[in-house]
Design a protein around this ligand. Sequence first.
Ligand code: URA
Length: 208
Amino acid sequence: MPVIAVAHPLVRHKIGLLREADISTKKFRELTAEITRLLAYEASADFPLERTTLSCWSGPVEVEQVAGRKVTIVPILRAGLGMMDGVLDLMPNAKISVVGLARDHETLQPVHYFERFVGHLSERTAIIVDPMLATAGSLIATIDLLKARGCQDIRALVLVAAPEGIAALEARHPDVRCWTAAIDRHLDANGYIIPGLGDAGDKIFGTK
Ligand code: URA
């Protein structure tokens, strides 16, 4: 199942707080970062480890370390930027690739206007971040771009997913896993997730 709802009590608690209509920009940002950290923790659970020996106070000791995994975080502009730091907190050496996709409010289709990928994508794990998996158009377009550049290990983190977006993602990219804090009911006629969070970009940037 490519879309994994993280059922941890802290995630369920925090996503509930995020739904408050009058939430402040500060609180929305803080909770988004906290939830993203928890999603990133889950999404990295299968990172391979290797053994190495280091000097401990008591002499040489064999320890485990993540086996040289190179990660690129891929925030989808603009709302995905609100999740970037949450992943960086756990993977501070990750490089950042950026994709600019805006939603055409009439067709609900993504319009591609910017991209800047780091090099050697075939050797990297890409972790795409975008708060709302609504139609999945932006996520699918970003995965298409990454795959066209040779990226073979692609994962995604979202705060809320709609069943329509999950179905579209599973149909187009069944190999890509996506971790979400919640699966909501449906999309409305404007492509907003119900009950959802409203416009996540506006809430993260304090616009509107
Ligand atoms: N983008 C948002 O910000 N919110 C939604 O509900 C859907 C897409």
